[in-house]
Ligand binder design. Structure first.
Ligand SMILES: NC(=O)c1ccc[n+]([C@@H]2O[C@H](COP(=O)([O-])OP(=O)(O)OC[C@H]3O[C@@H](n4cnc5c(N)ncnc54)[C@H](OP(=O)(O)O)[C@@H]3O)[C@@H](O)[C@H]2O)c1
Length: 260
């Protein structure tokens, strides 16, 4: 029996196209910006006028993305090389200080980074890999969110977004640390949303991108035909919609970014 899908609001609505200035004046930080979904988010948000802070572990890949954003015109990009697998609380505090000094606020945070770790039975799961996946997928979400909450609180319409993977977190064999972190991040985002509901105007989003042709998916589904997943770029309009003024109407919650 297949697991019933959770109720999510599908975005964007039919007929929506992002305006060139839809995110103008917004500063949005993206982790995993050099990956499939993060890169698409960076390009689309910059093209809609946002200033994007690109977090990634490879300076060369960050620079390639920067060049593509510049070539397309639109918003400004700032590079922030950071390996989430090894970053310490002080590194997150330094990032928050730098953003505070530069902008005094943060309008959006997209937790797009994820390490897969491989399809492995729990009985033989290598300890180092376990620690790395938990660090990148779960602890970094906590540390980054905690460090940036004060700056997000200073923005007029702040958004904090987590990326769901329902198939991985539902408890199937061999999903290992990746599946466990996805379940934990889902709960983390619900607790955060509940805590912020009454004392903050921040929106907390759980985004389901559906199957995307990315490096991570190739590891998770090695035998899958590429035709079974769509290009991450198809999530771009939904991301801009949610991080901009239209998303405000919808508030916090779970959103489906799959192409129709
Ligand atoms: N693809 C799917 O079908 C699918 C389905 C459901 C949910 N998701 C979720 O969508 C999100 C994006 O995944 P994706 O498919 O776009 O994967 P991806 O293309 O493999 O991108 C993953 C990103 O995470 C970064 N990353 C990994 N380890 C890191 C570390 N130690 N420090 C800093 N960054 C690190 C990667 O950096 P590098 O560029 O340096 O490798 C890359 O930018 C993830 O949360 C994933 O769980 C994906």
């Amino acid at each position: 029996m297949s697991t019933p899908r959770a109720v999510r609001t599908q975005v964007p609505p039919e007929g929506y196209a992002p305006a060139r200035d839809e995110l103008a004046g917004r500063v949005i930080l993206i982790t995993g910006s050099t990956g499939g979904l993060g890169r698409v988010a960076a390009l689309a948000m910059a093209a809609s006028g946002a200033e994007v802070v690109l977090v990634g572990r490879s300076l060369a890949r960050l620079q390639g993305l920067y060049d593509d954003i510049e070539a397309a015109g639109g918003g400004r990009a700032v590079l922030y090389p950071m390996n989430l697998g090894g970053a310490q609380p002080d590194d997150y505090a330094e990032l928050a200080d730098r953003l505070g000094n530069e902008y005094g606020r943060l309008d959006g945070l997209l937790h797009g980074a994820a390490a897969f770790g491989g399809l492995t039975a729990l009985s033989g799961y290598p300890l180092e890999r376990w620690a790395e996946v938990l660090q990148v997928n779960l602890n970094a979400c906590f540390l980054l969110t905690r460090a940036l909450l004060p700056l997000l609180g200073s923005a007029p319409d702040p958004v904090i977004a987590f990326v769901d993977d329902e198939g991985a977190r539902s408890g199937g064999a061999y999903w290992g640390a990746y599946g466990i972190t996805k379940a934990a991040v889902d709960t983390f985002s619900r607790i955060l949303a509940d805590e912020l509901e009454c004392n903050s105007h921040a929106r907390v989003l759980r985004l389901d991108p559906g199957p995307m042709r990315t490096a991570l998916r190739a590891l998770a589904y090695p035998a899958e035909s590429p035709a079974c997943a769509s290009a991450p770029a198809e999530r771009a309009p939904g991301l801009v919609f949610l991080f901009g003024p239209h998303g405000r109407r919808l508030g916090s919650g779970a959103f489906d970014l799959r192409p129709r």
